[in-house]
Design a protein around this ligand. Sequence first.
Ligand SMILES: [Zn+2]
Length: 146
Amino acid sequence: MRDQQWLIDRLDHMWMLLFPDIERKNTVVIRWKGKWKNKFGHIKMLKNKDTEIVVNALLAHEEVPEGMIDATIAHELVHYMHGFQSPHPRLYKHPHAGGIVTRELKRRGFGHVLVVEREFLKNDWYKLHRELTGQKPRSFLQKFFG
Ligand SMILES: [Zn+2]
């Protein structure tokens, strides 16, 4: 079951295995939140200087490939390592400048997860989102990540 503890373990495992060179310089918390259609997650520095990673709660449903959660966590960890919403020195002016996130994810072996993400977004997400939220279809923004 993809509960809160499962999500915490997922973050810890991914960090240990795939981002071992990135120092955890502050407390990083992660939680399920929201039912957004246009974003899978975001990262935010809280007032107490902890960093919070949020993953769209709809991704907890078992029909969603686990790769979607990995892709979301990895994406936010790249922001963290680049110094966005984290104590690391900021390496770029903008968090998504010139494909820096995608490049870093590919470099760390997340190419296959990016494919899962693209296919899921194209083929399944909007229908599943409607089913899970009971919302009617409407136009969507082009931005999927916070
Ligand atoms: Zn982002």
